[in-house]
Design a protein around this ligand. Structure first.
Ligand SMILES: Cc1cc2nc3c(=O)[nH]c(=O)nc-3n(C[C@H](O)[C@H](O)[C@H](O)COP(=O)(O)O)c2cc1C
Length: 195
């Protein structure tokens, strides 16, 4: 590793049911950029995992809580989120917002949030977002609406959104023909490590 490269630890969450979908591909180009700067990256396809929605039991907020009470695959993901220096979140636009897979992941991350900054593992975490949508326009597609949700959530938990890349594509893989966007994604990966 060159001196300028940094060994930061990134966790990438893919929220499309399509393994070769556009949002996943965009995220993979963020990963390429990050790896070029020496980052270690682990990727998780959320679709197909046993992930239940938050049950609103507030066990995670009780005194001396051991965290989320829902016993499913999120229990393996929590320590990875805590240990990661940065998260890459990839989602298609579904009904003018993020996919259900990502929404469940985010709701379940409520268990990690603590408004005492010293005990909040999300505080200061770097975030990169990748989104794709079928409409031609980022506003009418609902993409901007979804991005606003990400901004509210990550602002609330004191995380740091380093950048967002998003573009229009329909068929899986179509997004790679948008060479400017792919370059933007790779630059975001570099920034995630160096910024
Ligand atoms: C259930 C569903 C809902 C969708 N809702 C929207 C939408 O609200 N706005 C939009 O522009 N595209 C919508 N799309 C199109 C997808 O966002 C688009 O095909 C995207 O590139 C898929 O990303 P992926 O390839 O990562 O799965 C929807 C697709 C599906 C299957």
């Amino acid at each position: 590793m060159a001196d300028s490269e940094k060994n930061i630890n990134i966790l990438s969450l893919f929220g499309s049911p399509r393994k070769k979908g556009n949002s996943t591909l965009l995220a993979k180009h963020i990963i390429l950029g990050a790896k070029s700067q020496g980052a270690s990256v682990e990727s998780i396809y959320l679709n197909g995992l046993n992930l239940k929605p938050c049950q609103g039991c507030y066990t995670c907020k009780k005194k001396d809580s051991k965290g989320c009470a829902v016993d499913d695959d999120m229990q393996d993901i929590y320590p990875k989120v805590i240990e990661a220096d940065a998260l890459i979140i990839a989602s298609p636009v579904y009904w003018f917002n993020m996919s259900a897979q990502i929404k469940i992941f985010l709701d379940r991350c409520y268990a990690l949030y603590n408004n005492n900054q010293d005990e909040n593992p999300l505080s200061g975490k770097k975030i990169a977002i990748a989104m794709s949508y079928g409409d031609k326009d980022a506003f009418s597609s609902g993409c901007i609406n979804a991005l606003r949700s990400f901004q509210d959530i990550y602002n609330y938990v004191d995380a740091n959104i380093v950048g967002m890349v998003y573009g229009s594509a329909e068929e899986p893989g179509e997004i790679v023909s948008n060479t400017e966007l792919i370059k933007e994604a790779e630059a975001l990966g570099v920034k995630l490590v160096t910024g």
